[in-house]
Design a protein around this ligand. Sequence first.
Ligand SMILES: C[S@@+](CC[C@H](N)C(=O)[O-])C[C@H]1O[C@@H](n2cnc3c(N)ncnc32)[C@H](O)[C@@H]1O
Length: 272
Amino acid sequence: MITKFKKVVGILRVPKPIKICAIVVGTLFLLIYPTTSPKGDSHSKTDQTRPASTHYEQRTPSRDGIGKIYMGREISQVMGHLAAGWLERPEREREEMPNKLIEMLKLKEGDVVADIGVGTGYIARRISPIVGKTGTIYGVEIQQEMLDILAEKMTEEGITNIKGVLGTITNPKLPPNSVDLAIMVDVYHEFSHPYEMMHNICRALKVGGRVAFVEYRLEDDSVPIKRLHKMSELQVIKEATPHPLSWIETLDGLPWQHVIIFEKVATDFTSL
Ligand SMILES: C[S@@+](CC[C@H](N)C(=O)[O-])C[C@H]1O[C@@H](n2cnc3c(N)ncnc32)[C@H](O)[C@@H]1O
Protein backbone atom coordinates (compact mmCIF):
# COMPACT_ATOMS: atom_id res chain seq x y z
CA MET A 1 0.00 0.00 0.00
CA ILE A 2 2.89 2.35 0.92
CA THR A 3 4.62 1.62 -2.46
CA LYS A 4 1.34 2.33 -4.27
CA PHE A 5 1.10 5.66 -2.44
CA LYS A 6 4.70 6.53 -3.48
CA LYS A 7 3.81 5.72 -7.11
CA VAL A 8 0.74 7.99 -7.07
CA VAL A 9 2.74 10.92 -5.62
CA GLY A 10 5.59 10.14 -8.03
CA ILE A 11 3.55 10.76 -11.20
CA LEU A 12 2.16 14.12 -10.01
CA ARG A 13 3.86 17.23 -11.47
CA VAL A 14 4.93 18.96 -8.27
CA PRO A 15 8.34 20.15 -7.04
CA LYS A 16 10.58 17.38 -5.61
CA PRO A 17 10.75 18.72 -1.98
CA ILE A 18 6.91 18.75 -1.85
CA LYS A 19 6.79 15.18 -3.25
CA ILE A 20 9.25 13.98 -0.57
CA CYS A 21 7.23 15.74 2.12
CA ALA A 22 3.98 14.16 0.84
CA ILE A 23 5.54 10.68 0.80
CA VAL A 24 6.82 11.04 4.41
CA VAL A 25 3.48 12.39 5.74
CA GLY A 26 1.44 9.83 3.78
CA THR A 27 3.62 6.92 4.91
CA LEU A 28 3.34 7.99 8.56
CA PHE A 29 -0.46 8.26 8.21
CA LEU A 30 -0.73 4.75 6.71
CA LEU A 31 1.48 3.27 9.44
CA ILE A 32 -0.42 4.87 12.32
CA TYR A 33 -4.05 4.72 11.13
CA PRO A 34 -4.77 0.94 11.24
CA THR A 35 -3.81 0.67 14.95
CA THR A 36 -6.15 3.46 16.06
CA SER A 37 -9.70 2.38 16.92
CA PRO A 38 -12.42 4.91 16.22
CA LYS A 39 -13.93 6.37 19.39
CA GLY A 40 -16.81 4.20 20.64
CA ASP A 41 -15.66 1.09 18.73
CA SER A 42 -15.45 -0.72 22.03
CA HIS A 43 -15.06 -4.28 20.78
CA SER A 44 -13.14 -3.76 17.56
CA LYS A 45 -11.40 -6.61 15.76
CA THR A 46 -8.05 -4.95 16.58
CA ASP A 47 -8.77 -5.39 20.31
CA GLN A 48 -10.00 -8.98 20.09
CA THR A 49 -7.13 -10.27 17.95
CA ARG A 50 -4.40 -8.50 19.95
CA PRO A 51 -1.86 -11.05 21.30
CA ALA A 52 -2.84 -11.86 24.90
CA SER A 53 0.51 -10.78 26.37
CA THR A 54 -0.08 -7.15 25.37
CA HIS A 55 -3.12 -6.87 27.63
CA TYR A 56 -1.06 -6.96 30.82
CA GLU A 57 1.88 -5.29 32.55
CA GLN A 58 3.94 -6.68 35.40
CA ARG A 59 5.01 -4.82 38.57
CA THR A 60 6.25 -5.77 42.01
CA PRO A 61 3.22 -7.40 43.66
CA SER A 62 1.51 -5.48 46.44
CA ARG A 63 0.40 -7.29 49.64
CA ASP A 64 -2.73 -9.01 48.28
CA GLY A 65 -1.96 -8.79 44.59
CA ILE A 66 -0.13 -10.80 41.95
CA GLY A 67 1.68 -7.79 40.45
CA LYS A 68 -0.16 -8.17 37.15
CA ILE A 69 -1.87 -5.02 35.94
CA TYR A 70 -4.93 -5.00 33.67
CA MET A 71 -6.38 -1.67 32.55
CA GLY A 72 -4.74 0.10 35.49
CA ARG A 73 -5.91 -2.42 38.13
CA GLU A 74 -3.71 -4.87 40.00
CA ILE A 75 -5.22 -8.37 39.98
CA SER A 76 -5.74 -9.89 43.42
CA GLN A 77 -4.56 -13.28 44.66
CA VAL A 78 -7.03 -16.17 44.38
CA MET A 79 -8.81 -17.22 47.57
CA GLY A 80 -7.55 -20.72 48.30
CA HIS A 81 -9.85 -23.65 49.10
CA LEU A 82 -8.53 -23.77 52.68
CA ALA A 83 -10.55 -20.58 53.29
CA ALA A 84 -13.77 -22.23 51.99
CA GLY A 85 -15.30 -21.95 55.49
CA TRP A 86 -15.30 -18.14 55.11
CA LEU A 87 -17.67 -18.43 52.16
CA GLU A 88 -20.20 -20.26 54.34
CA ARG A 89 -19.90 -17.91 57.38
CA PRO A 90 -23.35 -17.31 58.97
CA GLU A 91 -22.90 -13.50 59.06
CA ARG A 92 -22.72 -13.51 55.24
CA GLU A 93 -26.55 -13.50 55.18
CA ARG A 94 -26.50 -10.08 56.88
CA GLU A 95 -23.44 -8.71 55.05
CA GLU A 96 -24.42 -9.73 51.51
CA MET A 97 -28.12 -10.67 51.58
CA PRO A 98 -27.70 -13.47 48.97
CA ASN A 99 -31.45 -14.08 48.65
CA LYS A 100 -32.05 -10.40 47.87
CA LEU A 101 -29.25 -10.55 45.27
CA ILE A 102 -30.83 -13.57 43.59
CA GLU A 103 -34.25 -11.90 43.59
CA MET A 104 -32.68 -8.86 41.83
CA LEU A 105 -31.42 -11.10 39.01
CA LYS A 106 -34.98 -11.96 37.90
CA LEU A 107 -34.21 -15.56 37.00
CA LYS A 108 -36.90 -17.99 35.93
CA GLU A 109 -37.64 -21.71 35.75
CA GLY A 110 -35.61 -23.37 32.96
CA ASP A 111 -32.82 -20.74 32.81
CA VAL A 112 -29.23 -21.80 32.21
CA VAL A 113 -26.91 -20.05 34.67
CA ALA A 114 -23.11 -20.16 34.84
CA ASP A 115 -21.81 -19.41 38.34
CA ILE A 116 -18.19 -18.65 37.49
CA GLY A 117 -15.90 -19.13 40.49
CA VAL A 118 -18.67 -21.11 42.19
CA GLY A 119 -16.59 -21.87 45.33
CA THR A 120 -18.65 -24.00 47.72
CA GLY A 121 -21.84 -23.16 45.82
CA TYR A 122 -23.10 -20.60 48.34
CA ILE A 123 -24.84 -18.69 45.53
CA ALA A 124 -25.47 -21.58 43.07
CA ARG A 125 -27.27 -23.64 45.75
CA ARG A 126 -29.63 -20.71 46.37
CA ILE A 127 -30.28 -20.29 42.63
CA SER A 128 -31.01 -24.03 42.25
CA PRO A 129 -34.73 -24.01 43.27
CA ILE A 130 -35.45 -20.96 41.08
CA VAL A 131 -34.26 -22.44 37.77
CA GLY A 132 -35.79 -25.76 38.87
CA LYS A 133 -35.60 -29.21 37.31
CA THR A 134 -35.70 -27.84 33.77
CA GLY A 135 -32.88 -25.38 34.42
CA THR A 136 -29.14 -25.92 34.75
CA ILE A 137 -26.42 -24.21 36.73
CA TYR A 138 -22.85 -24.67 35.59
CA GLY A 139 -20.65 -24.30 38.67
CA VAL A 140 -17.27 -23.33 37.22
CA GLU A 141 -14.08 -23.51 39.30
CA ILE A 142 -10.33 -23.74 38.85
CA GLN A 143 -9.88 -25.48 42.23
CA GLN A 144 -10.99 -29.13 42.21
CA GLU A 145 -11.15 -28.99 46.04
CA MET A 146 -13.94 -26.36 45.80
CA LEU A 147 -15.84 -28.59 43.36
CA ASP A 148 -15.48 -31.49 45.83
CA ILE A 149 -17.00 -29.39 48.63
CA LEU A 150 -19.78 -28.29 46.24
CA ALA A 151 -20.55 -31.95 45.38
CA GLU A 152 -20.73 -32.87 49.09
CA LYS A 153 -23.12 -30.01 49.83
CA MET A 154 -25.30 -30.90 46.83
CA THR A 155 -25.63 -34.49 48.12
CA GLU A 156 -26.49 -33.24 51.63
CA GLU A 157 -29.14 -30.87 50.25
CA GLY A 158 -30.49 -33.19 47.50
CA ILE A 159 -29.57 -30.77 44.69
CA THR A 160 -29.24 -32.26 41.20
CA ASN A 161 -29.29 -29.32 38.78
CA ILE A 162 -25.78 -27.94 39.40
CA LYS A 163 -23.04 -29.32 37.15
CA GLY A 164 -19.50 -28.81 38.45
CA VAL A 165 -17.11 -27.73 35.68
CA LEU A 166 -13.33 -27.65 36.11
CA GLY A 167 -12.25 -24.68 34.02
CA THR A 168 -8.81 -23.19 33.46
CA ILE A 169 -7.44 -19.75 34.34
CA THR A 170 -8.31 -18.58 30.80
CA ASN A 171 -11.40 -20.61 29.91
CA PRO A 172 -14.56 -21.63 31.81
CA LYS A 173 -15.01 -24.52 29.33
CA LEU A 174 -18.70 -23.93 28.69
CA PRO A 175 -20.71 -24.79 25.57
CA PRO A 176 -20.99 -21.84 23.15
CA ASN A 177 -24.23 -19.79 23.01
CA SER A 178 -25.76 -21.75 25.88
CA VAL A 179 -25.96 -19.47 28.93
CA ASP A 180 -28.75 -17.05 29.93
CA LEU A 181 -26.88 -15.55 32.89
CA ALA A 182 -23.22 -15.71 33.88
CA ILE A 183 -22.75 -14.56 37.46
CA MET A 184 -19.48 -13.82 39.26
CA VAL A 185 -19.85 -13.11 42.96
CA ASP A 186 -16.62 -11.80 44.47
CA VAL A 187 -14.66 -13.50 41.69
CA TYR A 188 -13.83 -11.30 38.70
CA HIS A 189 -11.07 -9.31 40.51
CA GLU A 190 -9.25 -12.66 41.05
CA PHE A 191 -9.09 -13.68 37.38
CA SER A 192 -5.40 -13.91 36.45
CA HIS A 193 -6.48 -13.55 32.77
CA PRO A 194 -9.56 -11.30 32.84
CA TYR A 195 -9.41 -10.52 29.12
CA GLU A 196 -9.35 -14.19 28.05
CA MET A 197 -11.93 -15.23 30.69
CA MET A 198 -14.39 -12.54 29.58
CA HIS A 199 -13.81 -13.38 25.94
CA ASN A 200 -14.71 -17.03 26.61
CA ILE A 201 -17.61 -16.15 28.91
CA CYS A 202 -19.03 -14.03 26.06
CA ARG A 203 -18.69 -16.99 23.71
CA ALA A 204 -20.72 -19.12 26.17
CA LEU A 205 -23.50 -16.53 26.51
CA LYS A 206 -26.53 -16.57 24.25
CA VAL A 207 -27.07 -13.33 22.34
CA GLY A 208 -29.19 -11.30 24.78
CA GLY A 209 -27.78 -13.35 27.69
CA ARG A 210 -26.58 -11.38 30.71
CA VAL A 211 -23.43 -11.22 32.76
CA ALA A 212 -23.55 -9.96 36.37
CA PHE A 213 -20.42 -8.71 38.13
CA VAL A 214 -21.07 -8.74 41.88
CA GLU A 215 -18.19 -6.90 43.48
CA TYR A 216 -17.54 -5.20 46.83
CA ARG A 217 -17.92 -1.45 46.27
CA LEU A 218 -14.53 0.28 46.03
CA GLU A 219 -16.32 3.64 46.16
CA ASP A 220 -17.53 2.92 49.70
CA ASP A 221 -14.85 3.21 52.42
CA SER A 222 -17.17 1.68 54.99
CA VAL A 223 -17.10 -1.73 53.20
CA PRO A 224 -14.53 -3.63 55.32
CA ILE A 225 -12.83 -5.61 52.54
CA LYS A 226 -9.22 -5.48 51.29
CA ARG A 227 -8.71 -2.94 48.49
CA LEU A 228 -7.78 -5.40 45.72
CA HIS A 229 -10.91 -7.43 46.48
CA LYS A 230 -13.10 -4.38 45.79
CA MET A 231 -13.92 -2.87 42.39
CA SER A 232 -15.45 0.41 41.32
CA GLU A 233 -18.39 0.48 38.92
CA LEU A 234 -16.31 2.55 36.51
CA GLN A 235 -13.47 0.02 36.44
CA VAL A 236 -15.87 -2.88 35.77
CA ILE A 237 -17.46 -0.97 32.90
CA LYS A 238 -14.00 -0.12 31.52
CA GLU A 239 -12.93 -3.77 31.61
CA ALA A 240 -16.12 -4.90 29.87
CA THR A 241 -15.46 -2.48 27.01
CA PRO A 242 -13.28 -4.75 24.80
CA HIS A 243 -16.04 -7.38 24.77
CA PRO A 244 -19.39 -7.60 22.96
CA LEU A 245 -21.27 -6.43 26.04
CA SER A 246 -23.70 -3.60 26.51
CA TRP A 247 -24.19 -2.14 30.01
CA ILE A 248 -27.79 -2.56 31.20
CA GLU A 249 -27.91 -1.42 34.83
CA THR A 250 -26.07 -1.20 38.13
CA LEU A 251 -28.08 -2.33 41.15
CA ASP A 252 -27.16 -0.79 44.50
CA GLY A 253 -29.59 -2.42 46.93
CA LEU A 254 -27.08 -4.68 48.74
CA PRO A 255 -25.19 -3.74 51.92
CA TRP A 256 -21.61 -4.12 50.59
CA GLN A 257 -21.72 -5.04 46.90
CA HIS A 258 -22.93 -3.57 43.65
CA VAL A 259 -24.36 -5.69 40.87
CA ILE A 260 -23.25 -4.50 37.45
CA ILE A 261 -25.20 -6.11 34.63
CA PHE A 262 -24.39 -6.30 30.92
CA GLU A 263 -26.08 -7.99 27.98
CA LYS A 264 -24.30 -9.80 25.16
CA VAL A 265 -24.77 -8.13 21.80
CA ALA A 266 -24.53 -10.06 18.54
CA THR A 267 -20.95 -10.51 17.37
CA ASP A 268 -18.88 -12.57 14.98
CA PHE A 269 -16.53 -14.85 16.91
CA THR A 270 -15.63 -16.96 13.89
CA SER A 271 -12.47 -15.06 12.96
CA LEU A 272 -10.98 -15.36 16.47
C1 LIG B 1 -13.81 -15.43 46.86
S1 LIG B 1 -14.25 -16.94 46.08
C2 LIG B 1 -15.99 -16.68 45.78
C3 LIG B 1 -16.78 -17.98 45.64
C4 LIG B 1 -18.26 -17.85 45.35
N1 LIG B 1 -18.53 -17.08 44.17
C5 LIG B 1 -19.00 -17.24 46.50
O1 LIG B 1 -19.39 -16.06 46.41
O2 LIG B 1 -19.17 -17.91 47.52
C6 LIG B 1 -13.54 -16.82 44.47
C7 LIG B 1 -13.48 -18.13 43.72
O3 LIG B 1 -13.19 -17.86 42.35
C8 LIG B 1 -12.38 -18.92 41.84
N2 LIG B 1 -11.68 -18.46 40.63
C9 LIG B 1 -10.65 -17.60 40.51
N3 LIG B 1 -10.27 -17.49 39.21
C10 LIG B 1 -11.10 -18.28 38.49
C11 LIG B 1 -11.23 -18.60 37.10
N4 LIG B 1 -10.43 -18.06 36.19
N5 LIG B 1 -12.20 -19.45 36.73
C12 LIG B 1 -13.03 -20.00 37.65
N6 LIG B 1 -12.95 -19.77 38.97
C13 LIG B 1 -11.99 -18.92 39.40
C14 LIG B 1 -11.45 -19.24 43.01
O4 LIG B 1 -10.91 -20.52 42.87
C15 LIG B 1 -12.38 -19.08 44.22
O5 LIG B 1 -12.95 -20.29 44.60
